[in-house]
Design a protein around this ligand. Sequence first.
Ligand code: ADP
Length: 408
Amino acid sequence: MSPLQTDRLPTEQRVLVVGPFGRDAHLAVQSLQRTGFDACAIASIDLLAEEIRSGVGAILVVADALDLQFMQRLSDCMAAQPTWSDIPIIVITTKAKARSRVAKPSFEEIGNVGNVTFLSQPISVQTVVGVVRLALRSRSRQYAMRELIQQLDEKIEDLTRSNSEFQAFAYTVAHDMREPIRMIESYLSLVSDRFGMVLGPTGTRFVADAGSVAARMRTLLQALLAYAHVGNNALLATPVSLKSVATAAINNLSEAIACSSGNVVISGDDCVIQGDEALLIQLFQNLIGNGLKFQKPGATPYVEVRWVVDDNQWTCSVRDNGIGIPSEAQEQVFAIFKRLHAVSEYPGCGIGLATCRRIVDRHGGRIWVESEVDVGSTFHCSIPLRLPSIDPTAAPTTTGETAGSAVF
Ligand code: ADP
């Protein structure tokens, strides 16, 4: 056990001493061992490389032992270390002229190897011990960090697994429930067709109510399927015209626009970005649809869609003149099933914005809302121009030129 009293593996607190054999190196090893460190002398770069692979706390090098070839191997070993690891290297330099003819690396070259501290001779044993102790402390913190990273990776893996299990479950339930709902709806319609005369007003109302519940259930299952679809399926990224996806969304909403006598306008020049066209249409459709729906009674909806593109990302905004969202609910509305109103007031099932967030997440972007109650809301989405897993040479264009599609 090292003088640091850690509960780490012994190798993680080991000090490897590399020097011209044997006075300097053996003296250093003995001094460190006397102070309680786990120190050992290393006779060759091959051995050092092997020891580094099995775990090391710090490396103490007497500069005379370094030649260019040794330096290169040491540098390779350091470069091969995982990102959390930055092995402390303490180099003891001497002003005495080099006795050998072998070419020696400069201090700068040695310093470039990594986490290097230089100590110039003459130095006291206490100084060496102090510096080694500090180096081992920093190494302990690196190992602690490695454990945290491992724990975090395991948690991410668990979460990803349970998330995809949940998605598969939600998809299966939503999919398998569609058939029974269809059966209920068709039996209700048979009852009302064949027995309408004998049902009387109360019976007819019950059947109609049951029909509305079944229809709501069907809508909910469709929304759930759409939500699960965004998470389950590969993103098919192609060059996409923002104007054409916004226009397609508006066309899909023509009935809602006509019913509400609303106005939807698109501002801004067209721009071609990389994205999944079907999902982007769904994103615009959900946001514009909400802008038309969440209105004060009797108001004429006005929804404006605009976007700006800079070097790194495109940001679209969907602004409406609706009822607005109180500031304390502006983050919550993106959670699945979160609704601020009764279905009787505003129809819906609370999945639309959660789906939007998922679509934006899948594109590596973010979504947020700015809103004022009784004035209106503006939903913003910003999405990187270069999607994370896409070949950077397949860059976005401002014309309609075709580039390859990428699935990820
Ligand atoms: P749904 O529209 O089915 O209720 P969403 O997930 O699309 O579900 O929206 C969640 C909630 O966020 C809505 O129920 C509503 O309370 C609020 N909301 C969404 N969009 C707007 C908007 N444009 N204006 C005001 N409130 C909104």
